[in-house]
Ligand binder design. Sequence first.
Ligand SMILES: Nc1nc2c(ncn2[C@@H]2O[C@H](COP(=O)(O)OP(=O)(O)OP(=O)(O)O)[C@@H](O)[C@H]2O)c(=O)[nH]1
Ligand SMILES: [Mg+2]
Length: 285
Amino acid sequence: MVFQEEGRTYRWESPMATALIDSPGNELDFLSGDRFKEAEAEAQSYLAGPYAAIRVDGKNFSAYTRAQGYAVPYDLGFMRTMDGVARNLLQFIDGACFAYVQSDEVSVVFKPTGPPEDRQWWFGGKIQKLVSLAGAKASTSFLSSDSLFDETSSFDVLFDARALSLESEEDAEQYLRWRRFDAQKNSISMAASTLFTEQELHGVSSRDRAEMLQGTELERLPDGFFNGRLHYRTKRLGTAWNPKLGREVEVERTELTSAPATRETVENVVPSLLVHRSYDRDAIG
Ligand SMILES: Nc1nc2c(ncn2[C@@H]2O[C@H](COP(=O)(O)OP(=O)(O)OP(=O)(O)O)[C@@H](O)[C@H]2O)c(=O)[nH]1
Ligand SMILES: [Mg+2]
């Protein structure tokens, strides 16, 4: 193959070298992919602000949970599997402050890590990168821990994911309150729909639906279902044997903790999980 550029002539004997150039639109600037790199950069958006949230949500889980035969209005096995997804995401996402789970969704609120003058977002805050990874991680986590999963089922178990920037600590707390409010409304709706017909519930507000549940076996739903669950890291002081010193020394251990996201838990625990620490490499809250 002979190729000419700027008055110079190039010759290739190798079929592979020929193949590299022997395609339509074979100008060298085209082949370098600059145009596509630019298009990719234009499509990329970045996180900003002191905090961000990623929310993953099961695709078409109303049909999936029905097909799998999960209990209604709530299924403790399904909730445990979703808790596993939440914990995996908490560990997967750099700078994660906490994970909040309700129904088929998990929100992880996270922050950039590192010293104050050089804080870095997980994957540089590239939204496409981090939402695609979070969705994929949620899907594989769910499948690996869902003991009821029927392999012959025609359902693809997939989670979508979205990310948003949060402007302040207050904004991060507000975001959590918003998802918790959604959990409360949805759980009342799901409970009411097991006892009343669509016609009876048509146009009835969440508050009135809660009133309709009074006096039934669903008048009080489990806290973890009604409010959702919070997963976060705590530090605990313990002791460990230090062979160099030849004695027990005090060490700090990090543990995963879970609790129903009651109002008290949210108010008492969440502010301390959001604190930016100076050398927050792995952002243990
Ligand atoms: N049986 C049962 N179903 C549940 C439970 N938790 C969540 N679900 C189901 O999961 C659904 C989640 O709602 P959505 O995320 O709004 O609906 P979706 O069908 O997943 O639709 P998309 O997210 O838009 O794809 C609920 O409507 C319930 O049908 C549970 O504990 N038991
Ligand atoms: Mg869903």
